[in-house]
Design a protein around this ligand. Structure first.
Ligand SMILES: C[S@@+](CC[C@H](N)C(=O)[O-])C[C@H]1O[C@@H](n2cnc3c(N)ncnc32)[C@H](O)[C@@H]1O
Length: 190
């Protein structure tokens, strides 16, 4: 995570926490989004972090002592998500860099369907070049169709060239952030 991406983390946290409740973030990194989530005073804040050094840094910084925080020190692929079925009001997923091979994305979609509160729970995404039609395509990849819930935006000042921002380039950009939700069906209300 680069410092200039902070506005995206702040906006994502705002959208995740809009309804309050129980929030899940996968991938602590520099803790930018988790620090922003804490400002929204949600009922619970679960953080999955797989890297031992990042986990140590979280412990040293006092994250385990926060009243509403639960840390799962595990790779997300190894978490037993059945223990969190239908639990989360807001879910964010940023465990990059990871070896993003297609089956992992399919696996994550299945986990998300399981843990998100049906109908009202939202997951939030952004990407330097993500737009409504790309988000709709992403939504259609879910076994159970996801739907676009809301769109907001923020300004990002890209400070230096990076591969992720190559297409937009250095300079000031308005970037959209999207929330999606999954309408209920019998099978994801277990
Ligand atoms: C890009 S950083 C997240 C940045 C974060 N959004 C922020 O606001 O600072 C990615 C984090 O995900 C963690 N991670 C990567 N693969 C993971 C996995 N399979 N399971 C759990 N955590 C993972 C990394 O150790 C790293 O801390």
């Amino acid at each position: 995570m680069m410092e200039f991406e902070r506005p995206l983390m702040e906006k994502s946290a705002e959208m995740l926490c809009r309804g309050g409740g129980h929030i899940l973030n996968v991938g602590f990194g520099c803790g930018i989004i988790d620090t922003a989530i804490q400002r929204h005073r949600v009922a619970s804040h679960t953080i999955v972090e797989g890297h031992p050094a990042v986990y140590r840094r979280m412990i040293q910084a006092g994250w385990a002592r926060k009243r509403n925080v639960r840390i799962i020190h595990e790779r997300w692929e190894n978490v037993d998500w059945w223990n969190y079925a239908g639990r989360f009001d807001g879910v964010y997923f940023d465990p990059f860099p990871l070896d993003a091979v297609p089956y992992e994305q399919v696996l994550w979609r299945e986990c998300l369907i399981k843990v998100l509160k049906p109908d009202t729970g939202v997951f939030v995404l952004y990407g330097p070049t993500l737009n409504r039609s790309k988000v709709r395509r992403e939504a259609a990849r879910f076994r159970k169709r996801a739907v676009l819930d809301s769109v907001d935006s923020c300004v990002v000042d890209v400070a230096f060239p990076t591969p992720e921002w190559q297409e937009l380039g250095v300079g000031r950009h308005r970037v959209e952030v999207f929330s999606l939700r999954i309408p209920s069906r019998r099978w994801n209300q277990r």
